[in-house]
Design a binder for this molecule. Sequence first.
Ligand code: NDP
Length: 246
Amino acid sequence: MSKPVYLITGANRGIGFEITRQLLSSNDADVIAVTRSSKTAGPLKDLIAAANETPEKAATSKTRLLEFDVTNPESIKAAVHELQTSGVSKVDVLINNAGILMNRGSPMSALSNLDFANILDTNVVGPHNVISAFIPMLKVEGSKKIVVNISSGLGSVEMNSGNMTGGYNVSKAALNMLTKQYSQELGSTGLTFVAVDPGWVQTDMGGKHAALKPSESVAAILETISLLKHGDNGSFINRFGKKLPF
Ligand code: NDP
């Protein structure tokens, strides 16, 4: 039986890289690891090469590097076409992980239009661009039909405690609503959409004092994804699968 195909954006570093690493080391999944530039994806290329190391593995594996920028719909469409014409017909689990955090500590009132627009473009419009382009591959018969949007506890309106993260909080609240919107629009077709808070993780974004190692956060996220049911469609959950308030 063929392995489920996971597609992960922002796979060249941080949480996305660790998701790719753990999935490939489990040997239970093929991974389409997305980077916006293969020039900054050295370690990721090594992971992929190791997964496809023997001719036997390479012959059946769908694991590969894919390049697109989530803010560029044309680059995403070209990537979908590249996959479909190279023997990858379906995606089982799409993980919208790419994201940016700018102006940490800056009050909302000091955020420039341009920075705010960039944050929304990457963290909200980006996942929308990716989901809309991949719907046909997610809907293919036999796909697990799962979309995971990597959100943040900072995106919860109810849990907001005045944390100054400029437009980031706003973008993740909007990502949560995007998740809900898609869940309602496409839930009847069998697709399951969830927004997941990974916790505070030691990455370039989370910083070295963060509470969790990428390996801890990602192990919990992958376990939670493996247990998702269609009844979870439209939820905002933490890495352990516990529901969070919008
Ligand atoms: P990093 O900053 O370490 O990595 C971000 C990744 O996103 C990089 O691979 C980056 O690529 C990619 N990316 C950014 N913009 C684009 C774009 N336009 N197109 C394609 N890829 C892009 O962040 P983390 O790994 O920490 O974060 C991953 C996700 O988890 C984010 O959505 C973040 O908001 C969320 N999160 C993280 C937390 C943490 O504590 N770390 C806490 C809560 C949520 P490149 O290398 O090319 O820049």
